[in-house]
Design a protein around this ligand. Structure first.
Ligand SMILES: Cc1cc2nc3c(=O)[nH]c(=O)nc-3n(C[C@H](O)[C@H](O)[C@H](O)COP(=O)(O)O)c2cc1C
Length: 161
């Protein structure tokens, strides 16, 4: 599901149109399609990731304000006690943002800011994105071969060069 604001964003940042992104997915739903399968708890899913998650959609999820398919599907995932992961994209945060993150966490959702993992020593932006996506998939028990897992320090600063 790509929101209308998400379409603007994808166009500005990636030069991609809705169709370009939907073509990458096995299933695509329009956010206005409130009668889609995922709007009902009887339709089985493992859960849902909203990535990136705007502060507006975070607010909608935190307050069960399910006025489009994104917020309704997230509402369903929470009520069915399935896995919900929100990847917020905003900084700095105001008190409403923080309170909404607490509310979602209290309901069992996971707030996962896409914080760059510098310990994995990324060389490119793709490395950073792959790491975040790998950690996101971990939350669903899906293991990505591309994820560089922490193996401990190779050398300690106390060791001679
Ligand atoms: C190019 C662009 C980038 C944006 N980036 C963000 C962002 O990083 N975080 C955010 O919370 N809102 C951002 N916004 C504002 C949201 O798009 C706006 O709040 C919108 O109502 C969110 O709707 P949605 O959650 O249905 O996608 C951005 C808007 C545009 C046009």
């Amino acid at each position: 599901m790509l929101s209308d604001a998400g379409v603007l964003n994808a166009w500005h940042e990636l030069g991609m149109k809705r169709k370009d992104i939907e073509r990458l997915a096995h299933f695509a739903y329009h956010p206005k399609d409130i009668a889609a399968t995922i709007a009902s708890g009887s339709y089985l899913t493992e859960g849902m990731v909203i990535a990136p998650c705007s502060m507006k959609t975070l607010a909608a999820v935190a307050h069960a304000h399910a006025d489009d398919l994104v917020s309704r599907a997230a509402d369903v995932v929470l009520k069915e006690r399935r896995r919900l992961v929100l990847v917020p994209r905003e900084t700095p945060l105001n008190l409403a943002h923080l309170r909404n993150m607490v509310a979602v966490t209290e309901m069992g959702g996971i707030i996962m800011p896409p914080v760059p993992a510098f310990y994995a020593q990324p060389k490119t932006l793709d490395d950073l994105v792959e790491h975040t996506v790998g950690r996101m998939l971990d939350l669903f028990g899906v293991r990505s071969a591309k994820l560089k897992r922490w193996q401990g320090l190779k050398r300690t600063p106390a060791e001679p060069d």
